[in-house]
Design a protein around this ligand. Sequence first.
Ligand code: PLP
Length: 381
Amino acid sequence: MDPLHPHRPATDLAQALGFGEPTTGALVPPIQASTTYERGPDNQLLAGRLYSRPDNPGYELIEAVLNRLEGGTASAVFSSGMSAATAVFQALKPGDHVIVPEQFYWALKNWLFGWAKDWGLEVECVDQTRPERVAAAIRPGKTALIWAETPANPSLAITDLAAVAALARQAGARFAVDSTFATPLLSQPLSLGADVVMHSATKYLNGHSDVIAGTLTTRANDAFWQRILRIRAQGGAVLGPFEAWLLARGLRTLHVRVAAQCSTAMAIARHFESHPRIVACLYPGLERSPGHAVAARQMSGGFGGMLALRIDGGAEGALRTLSRLQLWKRATSLGGTESLIEHRASIEGPTSPTPPDLLRLSTGLEDAGDLIADLEAALAD
Ligand SMILES: *Cc1c(COP(=O)(O)O)cnc(C)c1O
């Protein structure tokens, strides 16, 4: 690629950065299954590769595409979003102070609170929709990491990434962002000042509900990043070669899928924002949404394919609506081709801060009118 005329993301994605295999002419990379690599008679590795726990050649294309989309220096593919996220926390030192949102990905919050206690991390939950709360929580010299998730799961709350990044920089803390809901197309946290961006590649990046994977992308190839890479290589949180191949394939259509999902989510949000049975329609694309102004500033090309509806009648009303749906699939997860709907409070249990009347929706690639009609029918008395 000519550095003076960079391609747009759609071009980089569709052609996987123009991939071609010189020896065969193949336009699709092979699956490299070998776990070990040969040495020559001089006992030197033939191609610098030793063993497949540290990495696999099948990661390289994915990592290069992510570097391009996120504007990062280096990326690393992991065996899940959780293993990517936990590597960031594991790279911290006992005694470090960490600021996390009040509500973020449930499984990560659960893991962090258990593990942090044993590891000696001090974790503090802060309402990150208000940067002044983050500023007040920072302990200079002690706060090592601010972790954000935006749009957040399942509240769709928006964090002002540039504002929090500035606070982190001032305090000498690292700033990491779970950008799973935003995808690398709608928001680039590194360009707003984040140090590390994380994706559950299980969701939009792969996009077909058939791979568990995660990624990290860093702004700088520094000592912290090297610690993260060692955690992956030594702990073995590596993706299998076939899963990496599927992920690389899924990535080629990311832009087309995300554009359709954003447009469907917006259509659903508009349709239901003033519906008599909807108590609140949570979608950052709606002008009345509290995070709209910030989202409009830090996202481009859409507001994502995720939304949440709060249904009148509390948990019972929400569960009855869920039970009547014919087309939406009742299942957890997000970012696939099929639209999914879920009652988060049942998943998260009695300590969950998620309102009991909330249904979380992941829009897929079906016809938007069909999806709206199914919801309308399920909401009818
Ligand atoms: C799914 C998800 C994760 C965890 O990823 P896995 O691939 O399931 O391990 C983390 N953060 C967010 C926002 C997610 O949606």
